[in-house]
Design a protein around this ligand. Sequence first.
Ligand code: UT7
Length: 333
Amino acid sequence: MRRTEFLSTGFHVPARVVTNDDLAKIMDTSEEWIVQRSGIKTRRWVSEGDTGVSLAREASLKALAKAGLTPRDLDCIIYCTCTPDHFEPGNGVFLQRELGITDIPALDVRNQCSGFIYGLSIADAWIRTGQYRRILLVGAEVHSRGLDKTTRGRDTAVLFGDGAGAVVLGPLDGNGAGRGVLSTHIFADGRYAEKLWVDGPGLAHDPYVSVEMLEQGLHRAVMEGREVFKFASIKMPESVGIALAANQLKPGDIKLLVPHQANLRIIEMVQKAAGLRDDQVYINIQRYGNTTAASIPIALDEALAEHRLARGDLLVLTAFGSGFTWGSAAIRW
Ligand code: UT7
């Protein structure tokens, strides 16, 4: 069966850099705490006029230009985000409109930090079966407007950043000399749904939005950080092992692991548990914080710009996030 290849990558982050010291001016936190617990030094936050879709458009246009394609060459959009611009419709159609195209499908994926791997899994299946030939897969987030930027919300406010990453995917001709997406594995365990969630507004509530709800802060993401940390440290390396086993590969075969960038300490634990050297793991959380569905495509584009990956190298992706959801992908670049 034909395989899927990455034709190009691109990313875009807002210009506004927010340092840990900037945060320490508005809430009770410190550069020392944030760096020691998460490894994050700066993150990007949107300015007036930016939206998730405007970030996604810039990332998409960069990826399309690198592939020598225009929006009209696309036959499908998959948009992964947990911070949509509106309750409905999903961001996919707004991005399609921004790109000046109509009629092709625009699918929204809501699997938070694992969104990009979930989206890749869908795109890969569609391309392998021949349903679509040119898929734009986007991960884009605007967290900053939803964060509780007071001391009450400091455990999450310091972690999340805004940004967008995009890739263009297409079928390899013939057997592609063993290249392309070798496998994707995606998982979920809804028993932990409330460990990291935004309760409302939501149609489980009647009325679905109220002043009381907002006063209680139900519209803010709340997290049991230690639980998330514990599971991420177990499930991410486990999913790397699953990707390797499915392809009869070993940790030493990995040229580059691009993990979801949630916390430097989590990444270090994943690296250790997966038995990888420093040069086998790409890390850029210091600069962008946790951009959930955007983190892997942003990191991948930066890794490529730094020549960390060449044709024929083995790339492995892994992610873990709210839901809980997690997964991995193995790609012969
Ligand atoms: O992509 C998936 C999304 N999320 C994650 O991956 C997050 C996973 N979890 C984590 O990264 C970590 O659990 C955190 C970075 C969120 C927190 O680190 P921790 O070492 O687990 O700290 P903690 O939650 O146990 O809190 C330790 C202390 C607490 O104070 P007390 O109770 O010991 O007095 C917190 O109130 O640190 C306090 N604290 C802060 N202090 C300064 C929490 N947030 C902050 C802050 N600045 N921003």
